[in-house]
Design a protein around this ligand. Structure first.
Ligand SMILES: Cc1cc2nc3c(=O)[nH]c(=O)nc-3n(C[C@H](O)[C@H](O)[C@H](O)COP(=O)(O)O)c2cc1C
Length: 182
């Protein structure tokens, strides 16, 4: 493996975003701990071509480049704000454009944010089945953060949570990934 990368993808549709900040915190934590290159994107980065795209080829060049980085990531960190008990529609639409086999065996850390604790199981009941469909290698421990976990409140979106031991096992996860058995 040369220069492995950790890529974050956040389903927030507005900025500033607690979810983006949180996903990036996890990405930077993993990258710093293990000497990987880290980069985080969100729906805003993908841009306006996403909404009207029916296929990945309909995306503009910038959006296609982000899609390619998500697919090629050695470790993918995904996160979405909870909207009506699930991920945002555009988060799902982004992944709907990805070939069903493209994320097979990719190590994925699942995260989400929400206004309160009521929908904490979004990571298990919404995100995990989606990445199960892709046969991605989702880390057993997923992370959910609420407004209380951000010191400066929703507007500043500064997370104060620590990402925990899950990120420290990420290299083990990489080694176990079926991608590297092939
Ligand atoms: C349209 C909409 C629907 C929401 N639905 C939920 C919900 O069902 N459960 C929840 O806990 N929070 C809900 N929230 C609150 C957001 O999930 C929460 O504030 C989130 O952390 C915002 O992340 P962001 O700053 O990245 O946009 C909703 C917010 C919006 C705007």
């Amino acid at each position: 493996m040369s220069n492995p990368s950790v890529v974050g993808f956040s389903g927030n549709i507005t900025r500033p975003s607690k979810t983006r900040a949180f996903v990036d915190l996890v990405v930077q934590d993993i990258a710093n701990l293990h000497g990987l290159s880290g980069r985080t994107y969100d729906i805003d980065d993908v841009g306006p071509s996403l909404g009207s795209a029916r296929w990945a080829r309909d995306l503009d060049a910038k959006a296609q480049a982000i899609l390619a980085q998500v697919i090629a990531a050695d470790v993918l960190v995904v996160g979405s704000p909870t909207y009506k008990g699930s991920y945002t529609g555009l988060f799902k639409h982004f992944f709907d454009l990805i070939d069903p086999t493209a994320l097979k065996g990719e190590p994925v850390l699942l995260t989400a944010t929400g206004g309160g604790e009521r929908h904490a199981l979004i990571v298990e009941h919404q995100l995990r089945p989606l990445f199960g469909f892709f046969e991605a290698f989702a880390l057993p421990t997923a992370v959910y953060a609420t407004d209380k976990d951000f010191t400066d409140g929703p507007r500043k979106a500064e997370p104060r949570v620590k990402t925990g031991p899950g990120t420290r096992n990420i290299i083990g996860l990489l080694a176990c990934s079926s991608r590297y058995y092939q």
